[in-house]
Design a binder for this molecule. Structure first.
Ligand code: DX5
Ligand code: ZN
Length: 218
C-alpha cells in the first residue's frame, strides 16, 4: 500500500472549508481526517457529525473520523450515517473495546483504535485481529500544532511487530506533530497513514507540502 497523507481539517480555515478540502484533494491528500472532541475526554471542543455530513458533500476522499469523546459507543451509528469511512475510538474511553470495534464494523465502516502517548500498546493484544488500523497518538490529543513525542517511534515499532508476528493486514496511522522533520523516522518505524494538520493547512502551497511529506515517507 502506498503511504497515505491524511490532512486534518482541525487546522483548516472553516470560513472556506469547501475550498480547503478541495485544495487538499487536488494536492494529493489520501484521506480527510476529522477530529471530533468533546471537552471531556480532551480539553477542547470541536465539531460533530454535521461536519462529517458537510465534508461528505465536499469530497469523494475517504473520511477518517477520530473520536476523542467519552462513551463513543453512543455515537458510532450517527457518525457512520453521516458518511464516515473510517472511525477510530480511543482505547482509554472504552472498557468494552472489543464490542465497540464490532459496533463500528457492523456499520460497514473500517475500525481503528487510538492510543494516547502514555497508553501501553499491550491493550491491543486481544483486539488487534479485529482492527483495520491502529492510531498512534504522537501528541496528547486535544490540539493541533504540538511537538512530536519522540518515544512514539518505539511504540510504532512494537505495534508493527505485533501486526507482523500475527500476519495481519492492520495498518498503522500516526497523528500529532507529523511534518517534514519527523515523517521519515515515523515511516521507517512502520507507519502507513500520516495525519498532518498544521504541516499542511495554513501553508501557502498544499501540493508542495504534501509532495514533500510523501517523498520523505517513501
Ligand atoms: C490532535 C488531533 C490531530 C491534530 C494534529 O488531538 O488528533 O489530528 O489535528 O495536528 P498537527 O498535525 O498540527 O499536530
Ligand atoms: Zn486526530
Amino acid at each position: 500500500m502506498d503511504k497515505i497523507i491524511a490532512p486534518s481539517i482541525l487546522s483548516a480555515d472553516f470560513s472556506i472549508l469547501g475550498k480547503e478540502i478541495s485544495d487538499a484533494e487536488k494536492s494529493g491528500a489520501g484521506w480527510i481526517h476529522i477530529d471530533v472532541m468533546d471537552g471531556q475526554f480532551v480539553p477542547n471542543i470541536t465539531y460533530g457529525s454535521i461536519i462529517v455530513e458537510t465534508c461528505r458533500k465536499l469530497t469523494k476522499l475517504p473520511l477518517d473520523v477520530h473520536l476523542m469523546i467519552e462513551k463513543p459507543e453512543k455515537h458510532i451509528e450517527e457518525f457512520a450515517k453521516s458518511g464516515a469511512d473510517y472511525i477510530s475510538v480511543h482505547a482509554e474511553t472504552c472498557p468494552h473495546l472489543h464490542r465497540v470495534v464490532q459496533q463500528i464494523k457492523e456499520q460497514k465502516v473500517k475500525a481503528g483504535v487510538a492510543l494516547n502517548p502514555s497508553t501501553d500498546p499491550d491493550v491491543l493484544k486481544w483486539v488487534i485481529e479485529e482492527l483495520d488500523f491502529v492510531l498512534v497518538m504522537s501528541v496528547n490529543p486535544g490540539f493541533g500544532g504540538q511537538k512530536f513525542i519522540k518515544n512514539s517511534i518505539e511504540k510504532i515499532k512494537i505495534i508493527k511487530k505485533m501486526i507482523d508476528d500475527k500476519n495481519l493486514k492492520t495498518k498503522i496511522q500516526v497523528d500529532g506533530g507529523v511534518n517534514s522533520s519527523t515523517i521519515k523516522d515515523i515511516s521507517l518505524a512502520g507507519a502507513d497513514i500520516f495525519v498532518a494538520g498544521s504541516a499542511i493547512f495554513g501553508k501557502d502551497d498544499y501540493k508542495k507540502e504534501i509532495d514533500e511529506l510523501k517523498l520523505l515517507a517513501g
